[in-house]
Design a protein around this ligand. Structure first.
Ligand code: PLP
Length: 443
């Protein structure tokens, strides 16, 4: 047994195939997270590591929240499991009503899933089924966006736009297409780039190409996070909504990362961008990343079509064994208690200008090609290292920052930052200092 491998044997180390990872490089020099509290992880080597990416864009309330643990524990001791097929328990109904209070009355239903991928899959299937039930049987085409990310399932990769996620899978969903990437024209733009309706109006070209009669839905993130923290120009989502409404196309906004405070509001599409989508998906921070839970918020009228037009006893043949799992619902309730008590759904708007100045202070550091930000999100794009595989330089920076006590995320050539909403300005300074030092040392 080697101490260097966190006390794991070589066989143990080999056995876990880590997702979206460079398994070979990681396993040659592994490090492990052992504990977490507040803003910090503690590694197997006893080092404190500040979490500048909320785990994986999900632990927005910070770590080690005893209130969530207690709620889960009590729920497991009372009702550990309940199916939600043909009967359920009270919690998902209560949770739905409470979540819907943050949305306009246009939304009337919540469908629970276990992940962002399942949320996207569910919304896409609801959109397709809705048109079928409404008699618009030609509406089968789904439109995503280049560099968009909606998860790892076949539905998600078929509409997603990160090439590596789909390139080994020739048999994806048929009848899909993508809008071009939505972003500013110039580097180092702070916040939203200037209004440029031509980007959303690329949808009109797809409508021209395929005819609106064949397009079921458009799915986009408010900000493409995994694609590199790409912030669309001002008014983008609004223009997309207008075009969708005009052409009877459903709009799915994937707020798996952007909801629940990340952009300074409970739901960014509605409050920050002034748009009412037909579906909003979320996951990640809904249960603070500590227990799998996702949700699809459905606009009024859609559910009614399923209830009135379905010619089977079951109104929607879709769901999961763990839909509305009692412990997950209890965790989400506790998360809402915490966020409401501590004002965390709105905290990003208080910190946003400090955060923006701080991340943009890295402009001019070695290898930095662009910096983008919105709410408490930022992406620092690096010039690729010559002669290395794509993403190698950011991967190195990620490793080096970890050694220096800051966890960041390497997404291709972009270093992503998404700190817990409990962060203070002094913590932001700390993250930026470590990044500045490590950029300076990077080859
Ligand atoms: N949608 C968006 C916008 C995401 O960022 C992610 C994950 O990063 C997903 C969907 C997929 O979520 P999950 O990994 O929980 O399946």
């Amino acid at each position: 047994m080697s101490k260097a491998n966190g006390g794991l044997t070589e066989e143990e180390l080999k056995s876990f195939w880590m997702p979206f990872s460079t398994n070979r490089l990681y396993k040659a020099a592994p490090h492990f997270l052992r504990e977490a509290s507040g803003l910090y992880f503690k590694s197997d080597k006893g080092q404190r590591v500040m979490d500048a990416v909320s785990g994986l864009w999900c632990c927005s309330l910070g770590h080690g929240r005893k209130e969530i643990a207690q709620a889960v524990y009590e729920q497991l001791c009372t009702l550990d499991y309940a199916p939600s097929y043909q009967l359920s328990h009270e919690l998902p109904f209560k949770l739905s009503r409470r979540l819907l209070n943050y949305l306009p009355d246009d939304f009337s239903q919540v469908f629970y899933v276990n992940s962002g991928s399942e949320a996207a899959e569910t919304a896409l299937k609801m959109a397709l089924a809705y048109h079928q039930l409404s008699g618009k049987t030609e509406k089968v085409r789904l439109i995503g966006r280049e560099l968009g990310y909606h998860g790892a399932g076949f539905g998600a990769i078929s509409v997603g736009g990160i090439p590596n996620n789909s390139r080994l899978f020739p048999n994806q969903l048929q009848f899909t297409d993508r809008l071009p990437v939505a972003r500013g024209d110039n580097p180092f733009i702070k916040g939203e780039p200037e209004r440029d309706d031509t980007q959303a109006e690329k949808l009109l070209e797809l409508i021209e190409k395929y005819s609106a009669e064949t397009i079921a839905a458009v799915i986009v993130e408010p900000v493409s996070c995994s694609g590199g923290v790409l912030v669309p120009p001002e008014g983008y989502l609004k223009r997309l909504r207008e075009i969708c409404t005009e052409h009877d196309i459903l709009l799915i906004v994937d707020e798996v990362i952007c909801a629940l405070g990340r952009l300074g509001h409970p739901f960014s599409s509605v409050e920050r961008f002034g748009v009412i989508p037909d579906f909003i998906t979320t996951a990640k921070s809904l249960a603070n990343g500590v227990i799998p839970l996702g949700a699809v918020f459905v606009r009024s009228g859609i559910y009614d079509v399923f209830l009135s037009k379905s010619d089977t006893l079951v109104d929607f043949f879709h769901g999961y064994t763990f839909t509305a799992n009692p412990a997950a619902c209890a965790a989400a309730m506790a998360c809402m208690d915490i966020a409401e008590r501590e004002g965390l759904y709105y905290r990003a708007s208080e910190l946003e200008s400090y955060w923006e100045q701080a991340v943009h202070s890295l402009r001019g550091s070695p290898h930095v090609k662009d910096i983008r930000n919105l709410g408490l999100l930022a992406g620092i794009e690096l010039v690729p290292a010559p002669g290395e595989l794509p993403g190698y330089r950011t991967w190195q920076l990620f490793r080096n920052c970890f050694e220096k006590g800051v966890l960041v995320r390497a997404n291709g050539e972009v270093l992503a930052l998404c700190p817990p909403l409990i962060i203070e300005t002094s913590d932001i300074d700390y993250i930026i200092n470590v990044l500045s030092d490590e950029l300076g040392k990077l080859k």
